[in-house]
Design a protein around this ligand. Structure first.
Ligand SMILES: Nc1ncnc2c1ncn2[C@@H]1O[C@H](COP(=O)(O)OP(=O)(O)OP(=O)(O)O)[C@@H](O)[C@H]1O
Ligand SMILES: [Mg+2]
Length: 179
């Protein structure tokens, strides 16, 4: 079961499986709207794409179509609103993001999600939902089995509603499980 801790401006969820990470993503997907931007920070294998699958599900997209975008740089999925899924891993910097059309898409009709946001921080808008993922619970096992700590915060008051909504849904330890 995922565990949750809250402060006024940050929600920290620790998940123990990809399914739990997807469940958090799904909640986020249900709360975002047109023109929103979600920036994902976190090292290799920390669960960024898994979270994107959950967000897609929350927007009515089959998570199977969401793949690691590394070779495609940007993928678009059509759900309740369009999703623009950027993967900045192979980008040199903000100028490459501009070439992908991020400047228009960030203000468009869809949700923009950026993996490896730290690589292109200069091209992010001033306001976005900031999600930092890290691998925790270090054991001798494969990192793929480890827990993930996922911190959700935001820059810009427009996103206060997303965090508030997540916190309301979290209700203690129950984030991800639905009655
Ligand atoms: N609690 C968890 N949350 C998310 N993924 C988990 C968890 N536990 C194990 N995993 C596994 O860790 C891997 C995470 O891969 P994923 O592609 O989502 O990470 P990523 O951060 O997008 O990687 P990359 O840096 O290559 O883009 C998957 O194989 C997933 O099944
Ligand atoms: Mg990825």
């Amino acid at each position: 079961m995922s565990t949750v801790s809250k402060s006024a401006s940050c929600l920290t969820v620790t998940t123990s499986s990809p399914e739990e990470t997807m469940a958090l993503g799904q909640e986020i997907g249900e709360l975002v709207g047109p023109g929103d931007v979600v920036a994902l920070f976190g090292s290799l294998g920390s669960g960024k794409t898994t979270l994107v699958k959950g967000i897609a599900l929350g927007l009515g997209v089959d998570p199977k179509v969401v793949r690691s975008a590394s070779f495609l740089l940007m993928q678009e999925y059509q759900g309740r609103i369009p999703i623009y899924h950027f993967d900045a891993y192979r980008l040199e910097g903000p100028q490459d993001m501009s070439r992908l059309g991020c400047d228009e898409l960030f203000w468009g009709e869809g949700l923009s999600i950026v993996e490896w946001a730290d690589r292109v921080e200069g091209s992010l808008p001033e306001e976005y939902v900031k999600i930092s993922l890290s691998i925790v619970g270090a054991t001798g096992r494969s990192p793929l089995q480890d827990k993930r700590r996922i911190e959700v915060s935001y820059l810009g008051e427009r996103y206060g509603r997303v965090l508030k909504g997540l916190m309301a849904r979290a209700r203690g330890q129950e984030l991800g499980s639905r009655e």
